[in-house]
Design a protein around this ligand. Sequence first.
Ligand SMILES: NC(=O)C1=CN([C@@H]2O[C@H](COP(=O)(O)OP(=O)(O)OC[C@H]3O[C@@H](n4cnc5c(N)ncnc54)[C@H](O)[C@@H]3O)[C@@H](O)[C@H]2O)C=CC1
Ligand SMILES: O=C(O)C(=O)COP(=O)(O)O
Length: 529
Amino acid sequence: MPKVLISDSMSPKAAEIFRSRGVEVDEITGQTPDELKAIIGNYDGLAIRSSTKVTKELLAAATNLKVIGRAGIGVDNIDVPAASAKGVIVMNTPFGNSITTAEHAIAMIFALARQLPEADASTQAGKWEKNRFMGVELTAKTLGLIGAGNIGSIVADRARGLRMKVVAYDPFLTAERAIEMGVEKVDLDTLLARADFITLHTPLTDATRGILSRDALAKTKKGVRIVNCARGGLIDEVALKEALDSGQVAGAALDVFAQEPAKDNPLFGTPNLVCTPHLGASTDEAQVNVAIQVAEQLSDFLCDGGITNALNVPSMSAEEAPRLKPYMALAEKLGSLVGQLEGSDITSLSVEVEGAAAELNQKPITAAVLAGLMRSYSDTVNMVNAPYLAKERGLDVREVRHEREGDYHTLVRVTATGPERRREVAGSLFGDAAPRLVEIAGTRIETDLDGDMIYIVNEDTPGFIGRLGMTLGAAGVNIGNFHLGRRLADKNRGGDAVLMLSVDAPVDGAVLDQVCALEGVKKVKALRF
Ligand SMILES: NC(=O)C1=CN([C@@H]2O[C@H](COP(=O)(O)OP(=O)(O)OC[C@H]3O[C@@H](n4cnc5c(N)ncnc54)[C@H](O)[C@@H]3O)[C@@H](O)[C@H]2O)C=CC1
Ligand SMILES: O=C(O)C(=O)COP(=O)(O)O
């Protein structure tokens, strides 16, 4: 039974779903990094929010971990490259809390416009300072949206409902999408110069870190109000404090901070500052949404192999997974065969799918070929880290899809090219389920790739099979299955033949040398699947 750890506070719905899907679940929150490191090795899955930091060190201790599910959107608390390198899938729930977070941003805009927190504190202190709290109207003001993705576009929609004009800076926003959203696409400097309110909705990346830098703040319209419900690192906090003190920025509302939990932030105590403790996603509705989604996604993967909303591996729905599963087994065996025959001496790889296979999502098939290929020289590779490791090694990977059927109703062909040689193998599924090799070294052959095998290329001359049988028999090697084919180019007469033998146990090097010494043998290789 797969085992999942929930290490951040999460709606009880998550644990309910895990249990109903047959996944064992522990909920242990508030642990130190060392405490978490001590137990993480027991789990196949980890469900988190933003508090748990999934570092390289934690991943090193996560010896059984296969999947991390982020019940929320931002994954900047997860070392995704390290997870990928380790073959751990990272998933998030990209839509479950977006409305809630957008509403928090709108609430922050109102809080700034009418100084609600300060007015509340003053009123409850019995001061009745009616003249102190003069606000600004939102109607006809310009809202500058930095980041126009899921949350940004909801904020834009709500702001337009409030009759604000919305200008957006997002390098990935197309002109068509901007029109659809009813926003004006502008560059960052134009946004800074024109916005009465600025709201941030980008992920924290190297490109967005410090996007509201000292320089950027200096370019804003005097009296601008700034809202950040995205990530703390997007604003230079020291520069923001100075801008608030000087009046360049009339108010700032922050839900997120460079250092969290934020207990001692340089901004605290500054007038016209509204702060919330990373509450953007904290509504009953959003927390139920993300808990259900993360538990279903992790269960789908751990129980059925379905992959949804993964950031480091191609997605594969729980419905697709059963159809893809035998193809992935075939792909992995073909990759393994090529890897065992050619070693790491491969510079480019092409994965072709033909017939029924061409109707499927090809990415997982390619990832499985890569995993099989690299497993012949790395123990820790799987279909998550294989594409990543292939890229790191500079392996050029090509995917080709042929919709027409060839001789087989479904076919996966793998061609690996190295500096000296080209290796092509193809496989099909018998009965849509059983992986079979159907072509190797230009030779039609039909065999399972299973257990211990010997691959032999020899000159096709009379008496060879007898001599081979004698040699193996004398060495006590029992042949389970024997598959023989002749090169397609030499179909009718002598030339090269290919033999694939299944044997009951691994064959030692001395026996392989004897086979190699037989007359006419050109290549011998022990294989294991
Ligand atoms: N305060 C909270 O509790 C919550 C915070 N968030 C934060 O909000 C962020 C945004 O979430 P979504 O809208 O769902 O993400 P999204 O991926 O749908 O949208 C992000 C947008 O940022 C844009 N972008 C990327 N690089 C940019 C750059 N250099 N300059 C300008 N725009 C850039 C992208 O093109 C994309 O349109 C998340 O990454 C997360 O950090 C999300 C949920 C809750
Ligand atoms: O979804 C996100 O990106 C958030 O920032 C929400 O964080 P949380 O799950 O509330 O700790």
